[in-house]
Design a protein. Structure first.
Length: 321
């Protein structure tokens, strides 16, 4: 097998040679090497008269790539991260290898993964998460393969995002997104149907409790109502007892949460809410504690008003996630 050389053809030196350099110009390149049928002098490193034009093709003529030898030893090889957390099917991550000293010519790295089913790594250190699990990304210095650096990559379950009006994880409709996880939740989802078309708010007494009308307060309001009113069949307990769609944290919405269901769902034809003048209960007491009335809203209008807790109104439960 002959190999193409960088040198151009010329005269073969008559004296012993060590790493000789041939002509840098000419019309044909040297082909060095030989086969079992050639004489030994074909393999002389100084040979310059066995040449071929650049368009010559032969199955016995190949080439190899050579890199300059490093003049200094590799003393350090590190990655910019020792751990990396990604989401399955989500955004990629990038690892950067650094080699020392600065004078090393070949600064590239050779990349490997211990489990390609969890994550793969490209020749430039880009890590692609595929499935939930853990894998170790390994990099070796191309200048000194004995130098190894590693990064443990954990691929987590993908975090789903929901748009307002989308189906939620429980099979209802998402109607609020606070933008990020705060106090353990990000979204509010209402149940797909009403839990009752006619049920009272109170359970025989007017509880002396403090509630809020704000978004995010419905669950605390519901807990306070049940703590004060006890066991029974009424709006708050109906929501609290609900187990649906794999969730058990259902509650009666606050006044502002209830109104969001009108603006984000009912007003655009979503949610299957009653379009009559029948109102929906909220978990917010009207005015001060023990005022004798609670906030309700009719989606026909809409109209938010105080209502006698003994009235039988509609209920639509919500939950946070």
């Amino acid at each position: 097998m002959n190999e193409w050389c960088q040198d151009f053809g010329g005269s073969t030196p008559s004296t012993p040679q060590f790493d000789p350099t041939g002509a840098t110009t000419g019309t044909s390149h040297v082909a060095w090497g030989g086969t079992f049928s050639h004489a030994a002098d074909i393999c002389e490193i100084g040979r310059r008269n066995d040449t071929y034009s650049l368009n010559f093709l032969s199955p016995a003529l190949g080439f190899r790539i050579a890199a300059p030898a490093e003049s200094v030893a590799v003393t350090g090889f590190t990655l910019d991260k020792s751990t990396l957390s990604l989401s399955a099917g989500g955004a990629t991550g990038t690892l950067v290898a650094t080699i020392a000293p600065a004078g090393i010519i070949n600064k590239s790295a050779l990349w490997f993964t211990s489990d390609a089913t969890v994550a793969t790594v490209s020749s430039t250190g880009v890590v692609t998460p595929l499935a939930v699990g853990t894998t170790t990304i390994m990099a070796r210095s191309a200048a000194d393969v004995s130098k190894l650096a590693t990064c443990v990559v954990t691929v987590n379950t993908a975090t789903l995002t929901y748009a307002i009006g989308n189906a939620g994880p429980a099979g209802g409709l998402v109607f609020y997104d606070q933008g990020s996880v705060i106090n353990g939740w990000r979204y509010l989802e209402c149940a797909p149907t009403d839990q009752s078309s006619a049920i009272q708010w109170y359970n025989g007494t007017y509880p002396t409790i403090i509630t809020s009308t704000a978004i995010g307060s419905g669950q605390a309001n519901t807990a306070a109502i049940i703590s004060a009113q006890g066991i029974g069949s009424y709006a708050a307990s109906l929501c609290d007892d609900l187990e649906f769609g794999g969730y058990i944290n259902w509650f009666l919405p606050s006044k502002d949460e209830l109104h969001l269901m009108y603006t984000e769902l009912y007003s655009v034809g979503l949610g299957g809410f009653a379009d009559s003048q029948t109102s929906y209960w909220s978990s917010s007491i009207f005015g001060s504690t023990n005022s004798g009335s609670a906030w309700a809203e009719s989606f026909f209008g809409p109209v938010q008003s105080n209502a006698n807790p003994m009235l039988a109104l509609r209920v639509r439960a919500i939950h946070s996630f």
